[in-house]
Ligand binder design. Structure first.
Ligand code: ADP
Ligand code: MG
Length: 248
């Protein structure tokens, strides 16, 4: 969670009246969101809520049926390349090259982004990830937590203004999740705008300045975790989510 006053932030991401269908299935139903520079923003919802679809649209990998999205003032459809230069993306699935070492995976990314001094940038990132001792082992020998760290590090290598994380910690045990939270928190402290999806309420509550609660393609409520609790007269965000899921 960043410490910037939400009232003085510039807008980094503007999502306006977005609809997205797959065949007859409406995956996103008129979604509106404005996210400030430096904000850590959570998309919280059960499977099928539309979280990954929204990340795919922000990442310029999917096209909306209607509505507009801009990132850093650039339209995701018209200025796709500009948008891509500004974002780091972590997919829901692990997509490392498992035969390459940690260093080689990062090096590939560093060269893709034409970093000035790729070897130094990669060495610095391996240190930051606390993976120096494992740098020259193939990723397939890594534990789930190490792989996840490497994937997030790879997305951060180009110092993106916006980091998109789709379920960064799903399926990992709590100690490993906490280590990843530190990494995400550090990126936020460095000024990165972060959008993450999760179905862990605690994760959203810990990391996010604001959270959008999603259900069946709609945002049913949005706000700071404490404000959401107050609005729904609950002590914990978990209880807000449970009440909304129960239709209450
Ligand atoms: P979440 O990430 O919240 O689980 P998704 O964005 O993956 O949700 O999916 C939203 C809805 O769209 C779901 O009902 C899902 O089945 C459907 N969906 C997602 N991707 C596709 C696709 N490529 N083709 C058809 N339906 C899809
Ligand atoms: Mg998903």
């Amino acid at each position: 969670m960043s410490t910037i006053d939400p009232h003085t932030r510039e807008t980094m991401i503007r999502i306006e009246r977005i609809c997205k269908r797959y065949g007859t299935q409406l995956a996103l139903d008129n979604v509106d969101l404005t996210i400030g520079a430096g904000e850590t923003f959570g998309l919280l919802g059960p499977n099928g809520a539309g979280k990954s679809t929204l990340i795919g649209l922000l990442a310029t990998l999917k096209r909306p049926d209607s509505g507009r999205i801009s990132i850093g003032g650039h339209d995701v459809l018209r200025d796709r390349d500009r948008v891509r230069q500004q974002i780091g993306l972590v997919f829901q699935e692990n997509n490392l090259d498992r035969e390459l070492t940690a260093r080689q995976n990062l090096d590939f990314q560093a060269r893709l982004h034409r970093l000035d001094n790729p070897s130094a940038a990669v060495a610095a990132m391996l240190r930051r990830l606390e993976l120096e001792a494992h740098a020259d082992r193939p990723a397939e020998e890594f534990s789930g937590g190490m792989r996840r760290r490497l994937i997030i590090g790879r997305a951060l290598l180009s110092a993106p203004r916006v980091l998109l994380l789709d379920e960064p910690t799903t399926g990992l045990d709590p100690a490993i999740r906490h280590a990843l939270w530190s990494l995400i928190h550090e990126a936020s402290e460095g000024g990165c705008t972060i959008i993450l999806t999760t179905h862990y309420v605690e994760e959203a509550e810990t990391l996010c300045d604001r959270v959008a609660l999603m259900q069946r393609g709609r945002i049913v409520d949005c706000g700071a975790p404490a404000a959401l609790c107050e609005r729904h007269a609950k002590h914990k965000l978990e209880d807000v989510v449970l009440a909304l899921n129960a239709g209450g």
